[in-house]
Design a protein around this ligand. Structure first.
Ligand SMILES: Cc1cc2nc3c(=O)[nH]c(=O)nc-3n(C[C@H](O)[C@H](O)[C@H](O)COP(=O)(O)O)c2cc1C
Length: 175
């Protein structure tokens, strides 16, 4: 898909017909690896959940009901980043942002996920309202990783309306 068209076509979908196919999920995660990262440290990590029984259990235990409903029938990618690496030098934060840089890199990585998914004909929903402790336990996520988002990926069941954006002059200054 032409890039500007892709950007416009991507939106959060809360009604899925089916989950992403395994090979396409792999292709999406490979694309996301091309995202830039601090000193190419690549601290983003993904836990791709595809097994129907595991999906059902994880949705029920780690998501509030509205996100369970919105992500029904989709696969889930739980994204984390390895802490205390990006933005750190010899164990000390290089500036005031600290582990915010790890979150920054993961956000870039996850932006690639949602765009790569759309390019392959899938839709996504990033969910920040989730139980990190349950995800950590259920997926054996080590303590040195910060649990961030759960991303639903699947084929949409219905069109989703485009959400409005602020006027550019409200969010950007040209100096
Ligand atoms: C970090 C982050 C967390 C989000 N968490 C949720 C969530 O828990 N549940 C939900 O329905 N949408 C969630 N969203 C989706 C936003 O509501 C959505 O991106 C926004 O309304 C703009 O709509 P659009 O993605 O269709 O352009 C989240 C988005 C981001 C980037």
């Amino acid at each position: 898909m032409e890039f500007r068209e892709l950007i416009k076509a991507r939106r959060s979908v809360r009604n899925y017909a089916s989950a992403v196919m395994h090979d396409d999920l792999k292709a999406i995660l490979i694309s996301a690896q091309q995202a830039p990262s601090w000193k190419n440290q690549q601290t983003a990590r993904c836990y791709a959940v595809e097994t129907p029984e595991k999906l059902e259990a994880l949705r029920a235990s780690a998501l509030p009901s509205f996100n369970q409903n919105s992500s029904a029938r989709a696969a889930l990618i739980v994204t984390t980043y390895v802490k205390d690496v990006v933005g750190f030098d010899a164990g000390k934060p290089v500036n005031e942002v600290g582990n915010g840089w790890g979150a920054y890199d993961l956000g870039l990585h996850d932006a690639y996920i949602v765009l790569a998914a759309r390019d392959l004909g899938y839709d996504t929903l990033i969910m920040g309202i989730r139980d990190a402790d349950v995800l950590r336990k259920e997926l054996n996520i080590p303590e040195n990783e910060a649990v961030m988002s759960v991303i639903a990926v699947g084929k949409r069941a219905a069109e989703a309306p485009a959400r409005p954006r602020k006027a550019l002059d409200e969010v950007a200054k040209f100096i």
